[in-house]
Design a protein around this ligand. Structure first.
Ligand SMILES: [Zn+2]
Length: 448
């Protein structure tokens, strides 16, 4: 007797784990989904006998992969995409981004995040870690778009458009954690911005709250040599020993960038069990430096991958990010065996799952959440296919994504977003472009 299920997906190839086998490619496969989870995976003929679906979707010559995990972004910054390029980090932040962010409204944050979700859904991301001001608006956008999100109100030691009194920042985080508790896809983390925008007591209080509420902690760290120099000057220590001594480096912690590190600091990171979120596009664009990813992998440091915000990338596309990560370190190390496709794909899937504190994600296997993307293998750049992971990292652009499913629900299929009206969003973006453009023109005139 066949068991009932919600959906059976058919595809020419499925990158998955069956029984206790390693990850392999199932040809002419099928995947059954019930209550948001993968209930079975196997050859098409076998599943046809065992399962009676309410709905069937035959994706034909497609490759099913786990949804990618963007472990560091600021989705709302899509509203600043391309507004200030080709500038060094501190000038970019202090002359453009921070002044623009002082004029943020909840509408910018919400619509920017929804656009960010649209871009991530369109290019195969199923979950993201997000840090921003007025983060509730990002949570609402993720909730609406259907993505998984680990969200954090950014904590600064100075007043912001979101929090006029910085001493109240953690009360807001506490409120948000209570508001989103029990949501199936949206969770809250504690997110101090960085060492150069907080004080030691801010960071200590952030960790204490993360421990009290059992939440992940996420921050930018060791992004550039300039950050290390200022940390040394202000606190007498470089960023990593400084954060270690404040008790911030623990397995609940994920750190974005981690570019400027010494050998000893790599050892500290390896021993601490933190996740490092590598952001190659942002690091290249802001010329922050090259993170020592091969050395991190050698030491067993847990690696995830993130796009950073759209002002520093300028895409929220994890296929782009995987490709750049895999290529950058080969060139930097003059060694083509560095950062092989498999390691980079792991960082974008299971590594991201760990960084987001949800180890169920990142693998297609019975019992795990049905967070699944389908790549169109008829795309000329994906023909022929000998090695699916190679295609995912080196050949795909993200625009071959035909379907994106999260929690068993299709969020995008063959050109259509299912949960929100995309043409309406684009119409709102035209208005936002006018508004943000006018603010930026005003700011740059005043500072000139
Ligand atoms: Zn960032």
């Amino acid at each position: 007797m066949a068991s009932p299920c919600d959906l059976v997906l058919h595809a020419a190839h499925i990158l998955c784990r069956t029984q206790d086998a390693a990850i392999h490619t199932l040809a002419d496969g099928a995947l059954a989904v019930t209550d948001g989870a993968i209930s079975a995976l196997g050859p098409r003929t076998e599943l046809a006998r065992q399962w009676q679906p309410r709905r069937e979707l035959d994706l034909g010559n497609a490759l099913l992969l786990p949804g990618l995990i963007n472990a560091h972004t600021h989705a709302s910054m899509t509203v600043f995409r391309g507004i200030a390029d080709d500038l060094p980090l501190m000038e970019w932040l202090n002359k453009h981004i921070f002044p623009l962010e002082r004029r943020l409204t909840r509408r910018f944050v919400h619509l920017g995040a929804l656009l960010g979700c649209a871009e991530m859904i369109r290019t195969g991301t199923s979950a993201f870690q997000d840090m921003y001001l007025m983060e509730d608006e990002v949570c609402r956008a993720a909730d609406l778009a259907g993505l998984r999100c680990l969200a954090g109100e950014v904590v600064f030691a100075f007043p912001t458009a979101a929090i006029p009194k910085p001493e109240e920042a953690l009360d807001l985080v506490r409120e948000q954690a209570a508001r989103w508790q029990g949501h199936p896809r949206v969770r809250i983390a504690v997110m101090p911005h960085a060492v150069y925008t907080t004080r030691p007591d801010t960071l200590r209080d952030c960790m204490a709250l993360a421990e009290e509420l059992d939440l992940p902690l996420h921050m930018h760290l060791a992004e550039s040599a300039a950050e290390s120099a200022s940390c040394l000057e202000m606190h007498g220590k470089r960023p990593i020993p400084y954060c270690r001594d404040l008790g911030l480096l623990t397995p609940r912690t994920s750190l974005a960038h981690v570019v400027d590190v010494t050998e000893e600091e790599l050892d500290i990171l390896a021993q601490s069990g933190v996740y490092v979120v590598h952001n190659p596009s942002s690091n290249m664009k802001l010329a922050s430096g090259v993170a020592r990813v091969p050395a991190m992998l050698d030491r067993g440091i847990r690696l995830a991958l993130g796009t950073d915000g759209a002002a520093a990338n300028n895409r929220l596309n994890m296929f782009t990010e995987m490709g750049r990560a895999a290529l950058l370190h080969k060139l930097e190390g003059r060694d083509p065996s560095l950062c092989p496709a498999g390691k980079i794909f792991e960082a974008a899937t299971t590594g991201g799952a760990g960084a987001l504190g949800d180890s169920r994600l990142g693998v297609l296997e019975a019992g795990r959440p049905a967070d699944i993307i389908a790549l169109d293998l008829d795309a000329p750049n994906l023909q022929p296919m000998y090695a699916p992971v190679s295609h995912a990292v080196y050949a795909a652009t993200g625009m071959e994504v035909r379907m994106n499913m999260v929690d068993g629900e299709i969020l995008y299929l063959d050109g259509s977003f299912t949960r929100f009206n995309y043409p309406d969003l684009i119409a709102e973006m035209r208005e936002i472009q006018q508004e943000v453009g006018a603010i930026h023109a005003d700011l740059t005139q005043n500072s000139a």
